[in-house]
Write a protein that binds this ligand. Structure first.
Ligand code: MTE
Ligand code: MO
Length: 202
């Protein structure tokens, strides 16, 4: 058996099996933000669901806090190659959000909007069946502002740039409309297991 010593990135087989190609484990929680951190008072916060430009449902912080809650535990993967294992999140699943809004018709794509102007596109199927939530808690505590508090989208099976911080809405779209990083050369879907980092990747 060959060991690389303490500085190598070799990990035990169980951990290795949880790491998508080209990723390594980090113990800390890096902050990656393209804009300054907006300070959002919960009293001013609103979350709006739209079909194109037409609003179909909207929640204040108080209304949002009365929606059913979901817990999720697992691994997150940033396109800059760090992965963090066994993170815990709590929030409102997109399934519960759509049920609360009594959304009948879905479009194939959605665009997440944020305070500060960031956006990211996702296939609607990537948000349903327990795959995604609007998270308000991390590690049992309210989500800090630098990590997207009061609320962020969490789509943990895709690269973490899809998990839009300070998310204030989801918009149903007919076409796949590129968001902030997708317009700057990142992949439209971003599946870490397929290593879909840049727009040319399959
Ligand atoms: N609103 C907003 N959301 C964002 C970003 C951003 O710049 N603005 N960066 C994305 C990227 S590239 C990553 S890797 C993660 C980083 O989340 P973190 O800072 O909590 O680690 O947030 C994503 N969501
Ligand atoms: Mo990222």
């Amino acid at each position: 058996m060959v060991t690389r010593g303490f500085t190598g990135r070799r990990v035990d087989p169980e951990t290795a099996a949880r790491l998508p190609p080209g990723q390594h484990v980090t113990q800390d929680f890096p902050v990656l933000s393209a804009t300054p951190t907006p300070q959002i008072d919960p009293g001013d916060w609103r979350f709006t669901l739209k079909h194109g430009s037409r609003p179909i449902a909207s929640w204040s912080w108080l209304e949002f806090s009365q929606l059913p809650r979901t817990l999720w535990q697992g691994d997150i993967h940033c396109v800059t190659t760090w992965s963090r294992l066994d993170t815990t999140w709590e929030g409102v699943s997109i399934d519960d959000l759509l049920t609360a809004a009594a959304v009948g018709e879905l479009t194939p794509f959605m665009l997440a909007d944020c305070y500060g102007g960031y956006s990211t596109n996702v296939q609607t199927a990537d948000l349903l069946n327990g795959k995604a939530m609007i998270a308000t808690m991390f590690g049992g505590r309210p989500l800090s502002a630098q990590h997207g508090g009061p609320a962020r989208l969490l789509v943990p099976h895709l690269y973490f740039w899809k998990s839009a911080k300070w998310c204030n809405g989801l918009k149903f779209t007919e076409r796949d409309e590129a968001g902030f990083w997708e317009l700057r050369g990142y992949h439209l879907r971003g599946d870490p297991w397929k290593e879909q980092r840049y727009s040319g990747d399959r």
